[in-house]
Design a protein around this ligand. Structure first.
Ligand code: THU
Length: 131
């Protein structure tokens, strides 16, 4: 699984977004150390605070299937069917990543069909909270 392949899966997962309230679609693809991939999309709710982001959907799907060792996450977002080059993961998702992933964990943020920006988790969430 190349980085671009993981990004392409994240883009495809945008199609499953349930986002009638914001009109914003987000897709994520999470690569496990064992090679398995879990995808996720944002799932909104009329009680807005119940919305779950794409990144957390993918992470929670993986954890609930017994996977906790992750090597990379790709995420793509944008209004309706457009890919935004401004999208970045929200703070809650960064904190959830920090629960399971090392500071060096790679986050690929899609900027176009064949382009992405690469971040480490520690760049996205320096000095993460932990107990
Ligand atoms: N969203 C995500 O799925 N991931 C993020 O990191 C930021 C925001 C979703 C939540 C909501 O459905 C929509 O994007 C607009 O906030």
């Amino acid at each position: 699984m190349t980085k671009q392949e993981l990004c392409t899966l994240a883009i495809k997962s945008m199609n499953n977004a349930y986002s009638p309230y914001s009109g914003y679609k987000v897709g994520a693809a999470l690569l496990c150390d064992n090679g398995k991939v879990f995808t996720g999309c944002n799932v909104e709710n009329s009680s807005y605070g119940s919305t779950v982001c794409a990144e957390r959907t993918a992470i929670f799907k993986a954890v609930s299937d017994g996977e906790r060792d992750f090597s990379m996450l790709a995420v793509a977002g944008g209004k309706e069917n457009e890919l935004s080059d401004k999208f970045l993961p929200c703070g809650i998702c960064r904190q959830v990543m920090a629960e399971f992933c090392k500071p060096e964990f790679t986050v690929l943020v899609v900027t176009g069909e064949n382009t992405y920006k690469e971040f480490s988790l520690s760049e996205l969430l320096p000095n993460a909270f932990s107990l």
